[in-house]
Design a protein around this ligand. Structure first.
Ligand code: SME
Length: 149
């Protein structure tokens, strides 16, 4: 288990969702360098709604049919985008963003939230980090059930 995943597991002992995910976003932002945004979108009332995050002001509502975050929801699959300017569906909350990693959090076969990371550097995200964020998503899914989020 990697260091970041150990840290995130500890933070997920917190039973309040906003408190726990706020700290998880801070942890990711601290451990991973060269990020300009790190946070969550939560599935609420048929759309993605901004959750706890670190970074600049961001889009508050994203439809399932738009953005990299929408694709992550529809496909229930990781979106590791080396160059967001080549993705026609990319939503630029911050013009500085060049690459993005978006990971679905799946509970009982349904995408309930997403981890979203942005970087001002092209091809910023590695396969190792993708695996770490998949592990984090799986640990968050476990906490989701345990704490009844
Ligand atoms: N880039 C995302 C929007 C969310 S921000 O990156 C915080 C997208 O294309 O869905």
């Amino acid at each position: 288990m990697s260091m970041i995943n150990e840290m995130i597991r500890g933070l997920l002992e917190e039973p309040d969702m906003i408190a726990a995910l706020g700290n998880v976003s801070a942890c990711i932002n601290e451990v991973y360098d060269r990020l300009n945004w790190a946070g969550f979108y939560l599935v609420k009332n048929g759309e993605l709604v901004l959750g706890p995050f670190q970074g600049k002001v961001a889009c508050t509502h994203i439809a399932f049919n738009s953005g990299v975050c929408g694709a992550c929801y529809r496909e229930m699959a990781v979106q590791r985008v080396d160059n967001v300017h080549e993705r026609r569906d990319h939503i630029a909350c911050d013009a500085a963003s060049c690459s993005e990693l978006c990971v679905p959090i799946i509970v009982n076969g349904q995408c309930v939230a997403e981890i979203d990371l942005d970087s001002p550097e092209y091809s910023r995200f590695t396969e190792t980090e993708e695996k770490e964020m998949l592990q984090a998503a799986s640990d968050i899914a476990e906490a989701w059930l345990k704490h009844q989020w």
